[in-house]
Design a protein around this ligand. Structure first.
Ligand code: PMP
Length: 338
């Protein structure tokens, strides 16, 4: 018989899938590292498991302990699965701008969800940063994960995602392209690939309203780069310790509209029902297409699943309200005629 001993053993070993319709004008072979095959439907299962295992190993997390993290979704889901199997409690602290669906999903997998106001400064005692830290100080036998600065986040990708990509491409990968949030994915995978072959180019996908691209190019943390944006999962208004700028060759920024439109196009033209950062990543790849030659092997990593975005990028009313969808609304008569 062939089975996993628990759900955590199904984390990793995700497929690599050739992209077709959307990349027809790209000369290189484009492959997608398809992370929604993880049990929590995102790449974050990998780092959640690693962060918990490392905290167990050095005693930061003790049996029966409470795990506390500020998270809006994917990391919370990963932590929840690990917490269930290993017998920990989990508290997720979220900002109130997050959808009720996301809170319900975390509650469904046993997490306690605390909701904090969105429109306060990070150092305000009501912010979700401050509340997470305070909860960790006040809750006995608890551990604050802090995915932004926790080195086990990038290590998970150095130990699993990077080697899988290297093996699946038989060492032929020439470019790696991925959205950047905490920086764990790009830094871990990028470090591994560059150690194997220093010529592999590592490109980060950033969003307008985030500091990464400018900081990488100038070394300046420019507050003017920070403003609110719609794209989910990527971009930051801080510099997380997990972003290793030295292994990144460049960033390209993708607009909110393009990220949303390409999230829809991935589903409709490739049958890839994925999250908003996947739309940003594939559009960023197309922006970079002049960098790729015929025999290149370009890998793009898709972080999470489309189901969390059905009320947003997959809802045409939501898209139209933001000016992201320009085509005429078809009437019943048009549909019959066509
Ligand atoms: N896409 C999605 C949907 C995410 O949840 C995240 C994590 N914030 C990212 C991309 C970015 O990944 P990382 O944090 O490893 O940079």
């Amino acid at each position: 018989m062939k089975y996993a001993n628990n759900i955590l053993e199904t984390i990793g070993d995700t497929p690599m899938v050739k992209m077709n319709a959307l990349v027809k004008d790209v000369e290189a072979l484009v492959l997608a590292k398809y992370e929604t095959f993880n049990p929590g439907n995102s790449v974050k299962d990998r780092m959640a498991l690693k962060m918990i295992e490392d905290a167990e190993a050095d005693g930061r997390l003790k049996p029966g302990g409470t795990i506390i993290e500020g998270t809006s979704g994917n990391t919370g889901m990963g932590l929840a699965l690990v917490a269930i199997v290993k017998g920990y409690k989990l508290i997720c602290v979220m900002a109130d701008k997050q959808s009720k669906e996301k809170m319900d999903i975390l509650r469904a997998v046993g997490a306690k969800v605390m909701v904090c106001p969105t429109n306060v400064e990070p150092d305000d005692p009501r912010s979700y940063y401050s509340v997470s830290k305070r909860l960790a100080e006040e809750t006995p036998n608890s551990w604050y994960v802090n995915q932004y600065d926790n080195p086990s986040n990038a290590k998970a990708h150095y130990e699993s995602t990077g080697p899988e990509i290297w093996e699946q491409t038989e060492g032929k990968i020439t470019h790696f392209i991925v959205g950047v949030g905490t920086g764990g994915t790009i830094s871990g995978v990028g470090k591994y690939l560059k150690e194997k072959n220093p010529n592999v180019k590592i490109w980060g996908i950033d969003t307008y309203g985030s500091v990464f691209k400018k900081y990488h190019e100038t070394g300046i943390f420019d507050e003017n780069e920070v403003y609110s944006y719609i794209t989910e999962g990527i971009g930051e208004d801080i510099l997380p310790e997990n972003v290793n700028f030295s292994i990144i060759d460049g960033f390209t920024k993708v607009t909110d509209k393009d990220a949303a439109v390409y999230t829809q196009r991935l589903a409709k033209e490739e049958g890839m029902f994925l999250g908003n950062s996947a739309g940003a990543a594939i559009k960023g790849l197309l922006q970079l297409k002049d960098h790729f030659k015929k025999d290149d092997v370009v890998v793009v990593l898709f972080h999470d699943h489309g189901s969390r975005y059905v009320g947003k990028m997959f809802n045409d009313d939501w898209m139209r309200e933001r000016g992201f969808l320009e085509e005429e609304v078809s009437t019943a008569v048009d549909l019959v005629k066509n």
